[in-house]
Design a protein around this ligand. Sequence first.
Ligand code: DUC
Ligand code: ZN
Ligand code: ZN
Length: 443
Amino acid sequence: MPGGIDPHTHFELEMMGAKCADDFYKGTRAAVAGGTTCVIDFVLPQKGQSLLEAYNNWREKADGKVCCDYGLHVGVTWWSPAVKKEMQQLTSEQYGVNSFKMFMAYKDAWMLDDYDLYCAMETCAELKALPQVHAENGHIIARNTEKLLAKGVTGPEGHQLSRDEEVEAEAVNRACAGAPLYIVHMMSKSAVRALQLARTRQRHALIGETLAATVGTDGTHYGNACFRHAAAHVLSPPLRPDPSTPQAMCEALADDHLQLIGSDNCTFHEKDKQLGKGNFSKIPNGVNGVEDRMAILWQKAVNTGIMDPCRFVAVTSSNAAKVFNIWPQKGRIAVNSDADIVVWDPKLERTISAANHKQAVDFNIFEGQHVVGSPQYVVVNGRVCLDDGELRVVEGFGKFLKTPVESPLIYDGHQSQEEAPHRPEFLEAPVRVTNGTPSPDLG
Ligand code: DUC
Ligand code: ZN
Ligand code: ZN
């Protein structure tokens, strides 16, 4: 199958007083070990910081370290005419950015109010770039956090209590007022329902991404008596306590209510998670997933019969290439496409553990899970980098991948889609698995 594309990573990000454990070398090395041959990371400027300056910093961090190709999304974390101008520059051929992320949460760091959010989305539409949104209501989270702390709820369980499914679904609904739109890390059944409803009333592309974390584990871990264990699962939006969530997210991916699965890999060592001991709102947010994303989805969705292998390729690889306008260079096995190829052994069995994973971080949220199906060979741009289980990556072998704007697939796809306007024609139509008769085209 074509190499996996992880549309959502954070390597070397500094946030909430800590720095991510995985840098661009260890992070992309882990990606390759798990069958992913391309990642798209997020440049996140400080409020007031030049977007171009932040972009250049990210390029400096990544170039020379990455073991596979990478692209960049840029966060729009504040708003001014200067930001608008920089967005335009970033979408030029020189910089090669076609997607911008806006936060509806993280009130003290990156949040935009609705006016600024709308301006940023409008600018994306003018530039034919793709707006991405972190959909959670930051004001409700802030107020709930105050109330919980005042009541003495200070442990990691407070994290999900401060931001339940409705806090996510409300923001999804609000964000869908502007489109085309890509909603990152959708973590709940309520959020997916809000997205489906929005699609019934508007005709532009509304694309939904979920995470390996959501599919592979759940929010019951926040109740774990061990602080380290519970805090390790803290990310935003949080894992949900509803135990039916992981399967529902697999079904949403299979049925095309969601189109992609990322990792939101944003790892912090235990010592950094300890920053939130005594106040859950200070636990650095983020979990692992870049290495295990493909094996986890295979285990939970393909081995269970929820999803056929071709849909697996679509949601782990080819849909990302199409959405970010790098198809068929990426996400496809064909003459003239990059030779990013995975030979997947559906019978290979292993148990996921921090003791032997390739990521730098000292914890794995999928610890102890037995998975059947993993890559045997991974070819990155023609070079065998996982060789029958042996990792042979080369630091700096990857290149920066420009993602051009004006994707005909996002901006014109709806024109021929009178019947299903929300789903651009180019995205692989799913076929539910029926006794080993999968859909015909492997990406
Ligand atoms: N969520 C996380 O959990 N970490 C990084 C940023 C985000 O939105
Ligand atoms: Zn986010
Ligand atoms: Zn993220």
